[in-house]
Design a binder for this molecule. Structure first.
Ligand code: UTP
Length: 234
């Protein structure tokens, strides 16, 4: 049995100006269509800057974090619907809202696309929960940077990519980031503590890499080739 979960960051689906990224989506769908060696592929879509736009607006109006999260979930589900439409006949037509919906969707042998499922977490956590649920040993996270760095690469030119991390090393890295901003709606960064907990208890392997060069992703997914990124494992 070969199952895989792929998380696609919202930053790849939508540009910073909130325009839909046609090039990325078309190319990504083409690669997924070739993934016949997998028994089950599940794609998790993030909410991106559009989710953050709604969340920031509502937070400034004094709306609680739970409601902000639920708007984020809705946006990630709209992105998922768009992905389902683009994958056409190879995808299950409905976005599962929870693990029960997912177990039903799994009966049909099609590619499943889903977004958020409950407040208080990120779509990365959903990817971990889903991998746990379908016994997928590996999760691929596609984002807009090459992986996890020792410093924020947007702010530090000398930031170095970390090629591999154990669960404990990742924990130490996450603890350095301010704990309050880690858990606000829209602010669960490239990896978070909820995701780490699930990762640890089910001993999943996660590979984080850039979705900006999809040829690299194709080599990883279809040919099991080594590419640049961060591997998180026990
Ligand atoms: P993400 O922040 O996970 O989307 O979900 P993203 O754009 O992929 O994130 P990056 O760019 O890779 O970091 C959007 C928001 O939806 C809510 C959270 O508020 C989250 O920040 N959400 C998502 C939930 O509350 N629960 C979920 O299960 C998933």
């Amino acid at each position: 049995m070969k199952n895989i979960v792929i998380k696609v960051g919202g930053s790849l689906l939508l540009t910073k100006q909130n325009r839909i990224n046609n090039d990325f989506i078309s190319q990504f769908c083409q690669i997924i269509r070739q993934g016949k060696k997998y028994d089950q592929i599940i794609i998790i879509c993030g909410g991106g800057s559009l989710a953050r736009e709604y969340i920031t607006f509502l937070r400034n109006k004094g709306i609680n974090e739970a409601l902000c999260d639920s708007i984020g979930i809705n946006i990630s589900q709209i992105n998922s619907k768009m992905m389902i439409a683009c994958l056409k006949d190879i995808s299950y037509p409905k976005v599962p809202n929870n693990l029960e919906d997912l177990s039903l969707a799994l009966q049909f042998g099609k590619i499943i696309v889903m977004g958020g499922i409950q407040p208080g977490q990120s779509t990365t956590s959903v990817a971990m929960e889903v991998a746990e649920f379908i016994n997928a040993p590996r999760v691929i996270i596609l984002t807009d940077v090459q992986g996890i760095y020792d410093k924020d690469p947007a702010k530090n030119k000398d930031a170095k990519l970390i090629k591999s991390l154990s669960y404990d090393e990742l924990n130490n890295l996450l603890m350095k980031v301010s704990s309050s901003s880690q858990s606000a709606a829209g602010e669960y960064r490239i990896f978070d503590l909820v995701s780490l907990q699930i990762l640890r208890r089910s001993q999943l392997e996660v590979f984080i890499t850039s979705g900006q060069n999809l040829e690299e992703f194709r080599k990883l997914l279809l040919e099991d080739k080594k590419i640049n990124g961060t591997l998180i494992s026990i």
